[in-house]
Design a protein. Structure first.
Length: 253
């Protein structure tokens, strides 16, 4: 890479008690790109994703060594403000998790937590975020209705809008379309590609076709190790490791 990566990971190891879940991970992720993490279930993809905003801190008995730098800043320093980190590096989960409140209040939740209280300030933030999440036209006439009345695909885009409202730099997506129907999946994929113009996106997927469609870079994990990472078109046409080829072509996983 010719410029400093948005995220730089080196010598990263993670242990759940005696279980060595991530083994000596090295990875650079460029700014304003989409990096797909692929590999069989239990190989460490989601665990790795959660190291990027210290979500694993919430799990008892986890030990982490190595470096994770976001914009050159080591996020595992003791003086790191974790709340500020999670504002900069937000996460969208596998299943949509809207709060049991109105669509407006879902999107306004984060800004309110960070001190923005006036309705006159919240209204443009909510509209901007819903527009960025390609949801505004579908919900603009029912912002005061419960978010739980939205379809699954709409709920997932609402969760993305809720994340965008606090103006992050990085979006972490943990299989964001696995619980969605094909039409909703396509909408989220299209949205993800639009969002990379503003954000750096790291997404976990089990869908090889999806990784090939939407990502700029792909990283293949196996048994807690990063086997290889490369530009997606090269990874899917000429992987450098036989294990990657075997996984991509369906010989295992």
């Amino acid at each position: 890479m010719t410029t400093q990566p948005k995220i730089h990971v080196s010598d990263l190891n993670l242990y759940y008690g005696d279980n060595h879940a991530l083994n000596n991970i090295h990875l650079d992720i460029p700014e304003k790109s989409i990096c797909a993490l692929i590999g069989p279930s239990g190989c460490g993809k989601s665990t790795f994703l959660r190291t990027l905003n210290r979500m694993n801190d919430l799990i008892h008995g986890v030990k982490i060594t190595g470096k994770v730098l976001v914009d050159g800043q080591q996020i595992y320093n003791q003086d790191m403000d974790v709340a500020s980190l999670r504002k900069r590096v937000g996460m969208v989960f596998q299943r949509p998790n809207p709060f049991p409140m109105s669509i407006f209040d879902n999107v306004a939740y984060g800004p309110r937590i960070h001190g923005i209280r006036k309705k006159s300030e919240l209204v443009p933030i909510v509209e901007r975020s819903l527009r960025q999440a390609a949801l505004w036209d579908e919900v603009k006439d029912r912002l005061n209705k419960s978010a739980l009345g939205l379809s699954g695909g709409q709920q997932q885009r609402l969760c993305i809008a809720r994340l965008l409202a606090v103006e992050p730099d990085v979006l972490l997506m943990d299989e964001p379309t696995s619980a969605l129907d094909p039409i909703s999946t396509l909408k989220v994929e299209e949205l993800t590609q639009q969002l990379k113009e503003r954000y750096t996106i790291i997404t976990v997927t089990h869908n090889m076709q999806q990784a090939a469609r939407i990502s700029d870079y792909t990283s293949f994990f196996l048994n807690g190790q990063l086997v290889e990472t490369d530009q997606t078109d090269r990874m899917f046409t000429a992987p450098s490791d036989k294990r990657t080829e075997d996984y991509i072509t369906g010989r295992f996983g």
